[in-house]
Every structure is written in structure tokens, then in C-alpha cells.
Design a protein around this ligand. Structure first.
Ligand code: NAD
Ligand code: UDP
Length: 271
């Protein structure tokens, strides 16, 4: 039977795809977003009877009657979450508190978007869910990493204390359409640079690794986890890691671009 579902950060890259997927399954969706990094174009065409958009900042409590809550509100690209670092932490911390409070009141199941960044600069590869991580709490990534770690702790506390049905996904780097081309992340940077014939900017030696998951696979994983009965955090991403230098070479090969590769300083605490 169709449910009424709240999705925070609904105008963003991943959550807008989640809106599509849940509407396609016959649910009613309410998307909440303050449009910090989101874009209403991502929701174009969805304004019909099963969909509603509310412009709202999730650091402020909200009162809605829903069956499920998906909390994805939070800037995700390093350049975006470091732009207003205090607000980033408030969004994850107070956003989690407000979503959990709402869910407790209406007895809704809650999904919390966490991140591979909870592992920080990991000492083991690949990271399993039982690894506690290696985060620098006072580095420039701390505002994002620690706030996501807090949100996981708070979700588990609501689960244990109030018996709330909760799900946590640790999302690894995700790509796909509706990604912002100017967000400074490696995929849009390299693709844009290759297509414009500009040098590809590899930070550090390029030996650092990432894995890239298509947004359609991620969203399917999120929805399937929500339908399961596991409150423990689950990693979602592509299991194959690639070095950033190798990734740059693959983009040059696929695009047929003659751009050179240049090396730039590695940002602080870049794992
Ligand atoms: P995004 O920036 O496209 O989406 C985030 C959305 O949250 C935006 O629409 C933004 O306007 C909204 N938002 C920010 N602050 C808000 C606030 N205070 N109140 C209401 N709305 C607010 O980023 P994304 O890549 O779609 O990420 C979505 C979620 O997934 C985030 O929680 C992020 O931490 C997590 N995540 C993403 C990735 C990835 O590779 N994209 C990796 C790990 C985790
Ligand atoms: N990176 C890079 N060149 C760029 C942009 C990013 O070498 O133009 C590197 C960055 O240092 C990091 C990796 O690519 O090691 C992924 O960065 P991104 O900002 O996409 O996301 P992160 O995984 O760090 O959150």
C-alpha cells in the first residue's frame, strides 16, 4: 500500500533520484529542502498530486504526519560542506535530531544518510562496517565526518531507547545525472577539464583511492535496505577501488582528450 514519505534534502542530487524511485513505487512524497546546494530543476515534472515540495531548513523542527522519513539533507561535496562549516555540522546534528523526533512522534521508520567519511583516513582497506574509523576531529573535514558519526550514534540511541525502526547507509562516492558540474568533485572536474582541453588536476600523487557507484544502484540499495530489517549501518558503493591517477587516465582514454595531467597539492586530511 502507498505510504506518505518525507525526504529531506529532496532537491539534491541523490535524494531527487530517491523521490523518483519512491513515487514510481506508488508512494506519496514530501520533499523538504532549503536549496543550499539543491536545485528545483531536479524535481521538475514532479508537481502532481502525489508530490509536494516544502522549502524548509532542517535545523528547524517541522511537524508532518508521515509513515517514513529519509534524512539526506546535508551538503556532500568537500567544497560545499567546507563553505559554511558550522552550518554543515548544525544541519547533520540538528537535522538528525529533528527527523528522529518527528519519527518518534508519528512512529515512522527512519533512514539516515551517512558516509564512507565516518572511516576518516582509514588504516584498513577495504573498510568493513565493523571498522570504527580513523577521523581527525579537528581537521577541515571534521565538521562533516564527526556530524555524520553523531547522526549514526543518535539514530542507534533512538532505536535502542524508543524501539524506533531505523536504517543507516554509509554512502561511498556516487555519480550520475543531476550532479553539479561545478561542485569541485573529482568526476565533474576531470570530465569538464578533459572536454574543455584543460589539464586534469590530480591532487597529491594520485595514489589515493575511491570507488564510484552509479546513483541508480545506490538508490536501489537504499530502498531495499529500508524494506529489510537491519538497523546496523550498511556500506553502499562500488566494491572496486581505483586510484585517482588511474581514474584520470581512464577519463582521458574514454574522452579521447589530449589534455595533460598536472599535479596539485593534496587538500588537508584528504584520505
Ligand atoms: P547534494 O548537495 O546534492 O544534496 C543535499 C541537499 O540537502 C541539497 O538539496 C541541499 O540544498 C539540502 N540541504 C543542505 N542543508 C540543508 C538544510 N539545513 N536544510 C534543508 N536542506 C538542506 O548532495 P548529495 O550528493 O545528493 O548528498 C545527499 C546525502 O548523501 C547527504 O546527506 C550526503 O552527506 C550523503 N552522501 C553523499 C555522497 C555522494 O557521493 N554524493 C557520499 C556520501 C554521503
Ligand atoms: N581530486 C583530484 N582532483 C580534482 C578533484 C578531486 O585529484 O580536481 C581528488 C581528491 O583529492 C580526492 C578524490 O579526488 O582524493 C575525490 O575527491 P572528491 O572531492 O570527489 O570527493 P571526496 O571523496 O574527497 O569526498
Amino acid at each position: 500500500m502507498g505510504m506518505k514519505i518525507l525526504i529531506t534534502g529532496g532537491a539534491g542530487f541523490i535524494a531527487s533520484h530517491l523521490c523518483d524511485a519512491l513515487l514510481a513505487r506508488g508512494h506519496e512524497v514530501i520533499a523538504v529542502d532549503n536549496l543550499l546546494t539543491g536545485n528545483l530543476d531536479n524535481l521538475a515534472g514532479l508537481r502532481y498530486r502525489d508530490f509536494e515540495f516544502i522549502r524548509h531548513d532542517i535545523t528547524i523542527p517541522l511537524w508532518l504526519e508521515v509513515d517514513e522519513v529519509y534524512n539526506l539533507a546535508c551538503p556532500a561535496a568537500p567544497g560545499h560542506y567546507q563553505y559554511n562549516p558550522i552550518k554543515t555540522t548544525k544541519t547533520s546534528v540538528m537535522g538528525a535530531i529533528n527527523c528522529l523526533g518527528l519519527a518518534k512522534r508519528v512512529k515512522a521508520r527512519v533512514f539516515q544518510a551517512s558516509t564512507s567519511e565516518v572511516y576518516g583516513d582509514p588504516e584498513i582497506h577495504p573498510q568493513r562496517e565493523d571498522y570504527w574509523g580513523h577521523v581527525n576531529p579537528i581537521g577541515i573535514r571534521g565538521v562533516y565526518d564527526e556530524a555524520k558519526r553523531f547522526s549514526e550514534a543518535m539514530v542507534m540511541a533512538y532505536h535502542r531507547t524508543h524501539g524506533l525502526e531505523t536504517r543507516i547507509v554509509r554512502i561511498f562516492n556516487t555519480y550520475g545525472n543531476r550532479m553539479r558540474l561545478d561542485d569541485g568533485r573529482v568526476l565533474p572536474n576531470f570530465m569538464g577539464q578533459a572536454l574543455r582541453g584543460e589539464p586534469l588536476t590530480v591532487y597529491g600523487t594520485g595514489d589515493q583511492t575511491r570507488s564510484f557507484c552509479h546513483v541508480s544502484d545506490l538508490v536501489e540499495g537504499i530502498v531495499r535496505l529500508m524494506e529489510s530489517d537491519s538497523p546496523e549501518p550498511v556500506n553502499l558503493g562500488n566494491p572496486e577501488e581505483v586510484t585517482i591517477l588511474q581514474f584520470a587516465k581512464e577519463i582521458l582514454e574514454l574522452s579521447g582528450s589530449g589534455s595533460p595531467i598536472v599535479f596539485k597539492p593534496l587538500p588537508q586530511d584528504d584520505p
